[in-house]
Ligand binder design. Structure first.
Ligand SMILES: NC(=O)c1ccc[n+]([C@@H]2O[C@H](COP(=O)([O-])OP(=O)(O)OC[C@H]3O[C@@H](n4cnc5c(N)ncnc54)[C@H](OP(=O)(O)O)[C@@H]3O)[C@@H](O)[C@H]2O)c1
Length: 286
C-alpha cells in the first residue's frame, strides 16, 4: 500500500486510502499552508466541510498547487443548518464556489440529527434526512459530486435512510481510533459496502502520548501517531489525520513501509475506551 493507493467505492469511484483533515485549521494562511504542505508531501485527498470555514483557503491551496483536478480527491460536508432538499443543493453550490471547483469528489451529510431538527420534534430527523438525501442523489446524478455519503450516522440512521434511498451512501465518516472502535457500526458499514472513513485517528491529538503505544512505536521505529494511523489502515479504514505543522504532515503520511502484526493489532484493540468515545449523534447541541 502507498499514499496514492485507493479504495474503490460502491459506484466504482477510486478514493485515496489516506486523507488530509482540515478541521480547526484556521481559514487564511494556516489552512492554505497546511493543504499546500500536504499536497507537496503527496496527499491527494483533502477533507473539509462548510462548517470548518476554510473552504476558500483549501481551494486556493489546491489551485496554487497546479495539480490536475482529476488527480485530487476533495470532500466537503453539508452543515446542520441546511437539512432540506432546497437548502442542501444550494449549500453544495456555496461550497463549490468557495473551493473554486466545479465538482466535489465526495459530499457528506455531516450529522444525522442536528439540534435544529431535534427542536422541531423527536422524530423529525427521519424525514429531514430522507429529503436531504434526495437532494444528494440529484446532485450526484447531475454529476456535481462523484460520490455521496454520510458522517456520524449510526446504524438506526442508516436503516431509516435505507427505507427511502434510491442510491445507498458510499461512505460513512466516523470517530474511529483504538479508543472507540465502533465495532457494530463498522461491521454494518462493511456489510453494506459503505467505506469506513476514520476521523480523529489521533483522538484530536489526545491519543498521541498514550504510554500504552510507546513500546509499539519503539518496536517499529515509528511515532505513536504513525502507529495509530497504521492501525486504522490495517483495519481497512480510511484515516484522515489533521495537522498544521509540515513535519507532522509529512510524518503522518510516512506509514506505508510497515504493517502491524495481528498480535500488535490485538494489543491496540484492547485500548477501547482508553480515551474519549464518539458523541451521541441524537443529542448534539449543534
Ligand atoms: N465528520 C466529522 O464530524 C468530523 C469530526 C472531526 C474530525 N473530522 C475530520 O477528521 C480530521 C482529523 O480529525 P481531528 O482534526 O479531530 O484530529 P486528529 O487528526 O485525530 O488529530 C489532530 C491533532 O493532532 C496533532 N497532530 C497531528 N499529527 C501529529 C503528529 N505527527 N505528532 C504530534 N501531534 C500531531 C495536531 O496538531 P497540529 O494541528 O497543531 O499540528 C492536532 O492537534 C479533521 O481534521 C476533519 O477533517 C470530521
Amino acid at each position: 500500500m502507498s499514499l496514492t493507493d485507493t479504495y474503490t467505492l460502491a459506484n466504482g469511484t477510486k478514493i485515496p486510502v489516506l486523507g488530509f483533515g482540515t478541521w480547526q485549521s484556521a481559514d487564511g494562511d494556516v489552512a492554505y499552508q497546511a493543504v499546500k504542505w500536504a499536497l507537496d508531501a503527496g496527499y491527494r485527498h483533502i477533507d473539509t466541510a462548510a462548517v470548518y470555514g476554510n473552504e476558500a483557503s483549501v481551494g486556493r491551496a489546491i489551485k496554487d498547487s497546479g495539480l490536475p483536478r482529476e488527480s485530487l480527491f476533495v470532500t466537503s460536508k453539508l452543515w446542520n443548518d441546511a437539512h432540506t432538499y432546497e437548502m442542501a443543493s444550494k449549500a453544495l453550490d456555496v461550497s463549490l464556489n468557495k473551493l473554486g471547483l466545479d465538482y466535489l469528489d465526495l459530499y457528506l451529510i455531516h450529522w444525522p440529527n442536528p439540534a435544529s431538527v431535534q427542536a422541531t420534534s423527536e422524530d423529525a430527523w427521519q424525514s429531514a434526512n430522507a429529503e436531504t438525501w434526495r437532494a444528494f442523489e440529484d446532485v450526484y446524478t447531475a454529476g456535481k459530486v462523484k460520490a455521496i455519503g454520510v458522517s456520524n450516522f449510526q446504524i438506526h440512521h442508516l436503516e431509516e435512510l435505507a427505507k427511502t434511498q434510491h442510491i445507498a451512501p458510499m461512505v460513512n465518516q466516523n470517530y474511529l481510533n483504538p479508543s472507540d472502535q465502533q465495532i457494530a457500526l463498522v461491521a454494518y458499514n462493511q456489510a453494506h459496502n459503505i467505506l469506513n472513513e476514520a476521523y480523529s485517528p489521533l483522538g484530536t491529538g489526545k491519543l498521541i502520548d498514550l504510554p500504552q503505544v510507546n513500546a509499539l512505536a519503539k518496536k517499529y521505529n515509528k511515532s505513536i501517531p504513525q502507529i495509530l494511523i497504521r492501525w486504522s489502515l490495517d483495519k481497512g479504514f480510511l484515516p484522515l489525520p489533521k495537522s498544521t505543522h509540515e513535519a507532522y504532515i509529512q510524518a503522518n503520511a510516512d506509514v506505508f513501509d510497515f504493517a502491524l502484526t495481528i498480535d500488535d493489532m490485538t494489543s491496540l484493540d484492547k485500548l477501547q475506551a482508553i480515551g474519549e468515545l464518539h458523541i451521541n449523534a441524537d443529542q448534539v447541541a449543534f
